[in-house]
Design a protein around this ligand. Structure first.
Ligand code: GTP
Ligand code: MG
Length: 469
């Protein structure tokens, strides 16, 4: 760690207790470790949170305690007759050992060292005298300042009143909701900060470019991760020896469970990767009960919700219910007998395991027996790709739109999704999907590179659309 951190733009987030200051800092810095609480007085010390990109300090936001005695503090500020540039330092020096002013001294510390001011209010409550005193104190500091309206509820809206007051005291005003703001909103906030002091304009433009580049990088990494997970799941197969003594049904059951567990693990690992790319470290925000992703990957609801029509579901029959032979592609197992024969030939030379008779055996479920091994997968229903892809896109969208300062489950835009994205695909997009499916789930040893790169492009496009620009 640098002993002397580089000078980067620094902004202190100030306001009344419980207005959402810590939530705003948490969302702006994408740091879900910051303590947010419904009980006022949670933050007792000023703490700087630095946004780092590729290990480099980019910008700093300071979380602070709320004003405790704004009217008394204002009375002192009004009487101050010294050098106006020294007003904040002098206040802190005068009251640093006085418990009555402890919080007010603490919150002004970053301002004394030159931080710009972001004043946060809850626009769903009316303006009170204490607020006017706080605004006046901030005006008297002489520091560049922006007011932020972070409305905690939609029930009442006093934003017009707040704006009226803000015009007298601040260089810029912004609506910024710490519980809904996404990347685009964060960028808009940085753009507005440029306006409060020309001195920061150049530096903040660099910060914005760095934010954009970092976001693109994360999106590309997410794209690669999704691609790999799809490839892994679609090409996945497993097999187990069929011994004369074991009940075939039991073996099928076991293989089925193993298959599903592995596919779920691929998905789980992907989701973890996406979460970590977008810095959701502390809270594993499970999706609400009614969200599509809450259903098991292999459940009928999932397939229904993500867009299989009633006919398709009926045609797929037990497909999604988890019954063996239906959900897993085994019909194609015949093609791989060659491979297993070869392996068997090498391993158990001379054995007669792959007799033609055994190879031709068909079970009532359509499962072919390879004589000595039962093979599951790769999945042969292209719908499987759409299911996996939709779930990955829904999860990605959920995570990138989830602000770090939001701590309850509540409504999120992804919850309104009734269907998967793939139901809206154009025929061109569907063709790209099907070609990719064939390329990875098929048994051809030569991979169709064009199909793969076209699907990669499609995936990139989809993630770009979801992320916004
Ligand atoms: N619904 C909603 N709740 C919010 C929003 N912002 C903050 N809250 C909630 O309001 C409460 C206070 O938020 P904090 O961010 O801890 O407020 P603070 O200003 O840092 O509070 P102190 O540290 O106590 O001064 C928490 O329960 C937050 O979850 C918002 O935009 N919408
Ligand atoms: Mg706080």
């Amino acid at each position: 760690m640098d002993q002397f951190p580089q000078p980067v733009p620094e902004f202190a987030v100030l306001g009344h207790p419980n207005e959402g200051k810590s939530s705003v800092v948490s969302t702006l810095t994408e740091d879900d470790r910051i303590r947010v609480s419904r009980i006022p007085g949670e933050t007792t010390e000023s703490t700087a949170y630095t946004v780092k990109i590729d290990g480099k300090d980019i910008i700093r936001f300071v979380d602070t305690p709320g004003f405790q005695v704004p009217r008394q503090t204002l009375a002192w500020f009004r009487k101050f007759e010294g050098n106006p540039e020294q007003i904040v330092e002098t206040f802190i020096q005068t009251f640093k050992n006085d418990p009555f002013y402890a919080d007010d001294c603490e919150l002004l510390k970053p301002v004394a060292r030159g931080a710009g001011i972001i004043y946060v209010v809850d626009g769903s409550r009316p303006v009170r005298d204490d607020d006017l005193a706080e605004m006046e104190i901030l005006r008297l500091t002489g520091r560049p300042r922006m007011a932020v309206i972070n409305s905690k509820t939609d029930e009442k809206d006093y934003t017009a009143d707040w704006r009226n007051e803000f015009r007298k005291h601040f260089n810029a005003i912004r609506l910024f909701n710490s519980n809904t703001a996404d990347f685009t909103e964060r960028i808009k906030m940085l753009e507005s900060l440029k306006a409060i002091d020309q001195e920061w304009e150049g530096q903040l433009s660099d910060v914005i470019s760095a934010f954009h580049a970092d976001y693109r990088k994360r999106r590309d990494l997410a794209c690669t991760a999704i691609f790999r997970a799809l490839e892994q799941s679609l090409s996945f197969s497993l097999s187990e020896p069929v011994t004369g003594d074991e009940d075939l049904e039991a073996l099928k059951e076991r293989l089925n469970e193993k298959y599903q567990a592995r596919i779920k693990k691929f998905e789980d690992d992907l989701f973890k990767k996406i979460r970590s790319l977008f810095k959701h470290h502390v809270f594993d925000h499970r999706l609400p009960e009614y969200s599509i992703l809450n259903h098991d990957l292999f459940s009928k609801q999932t397939w229904e919700l993500l867009g299989l029509t009633t006919e398709q579901l009926a045609a797929a029959g037990a497909v999604v219910g988890g019954t063996f032979g239906a959900i897993i592609d085994t019909a194609a197992a015949g093609h791989t007998f060659g491979l297993f024969t070869a392996v068997g030939g090498i391993l158990g030379a001379g054995s007669a395991l792959f007799s033609g008779k055994k190879m031709a055996t068909n079970t009532p479920h359509g499962i072919r027996l390879g004589g000595d091994r039962l093979l599951l997968g790769p999945h042969k229903n292209p719908q499987f790709l759409y299911i996996l892809l939709d779930r990955a896109l829904i999860y990605y969208s959920h995570i990138i739109h989830r602000p770090h300062g939001k701590r309850d489950m509540g409504e999120g835009r992804e919850n309104h999704l009734k269907k998967g994205f793939s139901t809206e695909f154009t025929s061109g997009q569907r063709t790209a999907c099907l070609k990719f499916f064939k390329a990875v789930a098929g048994r051809s040893l030569i991979r169709d590179k064009k199909a793969i790169s076209e699907f990669e492009d499609l995936l990139k496009e989809l993630l770009e659309d979801l992320s916004g620009k």
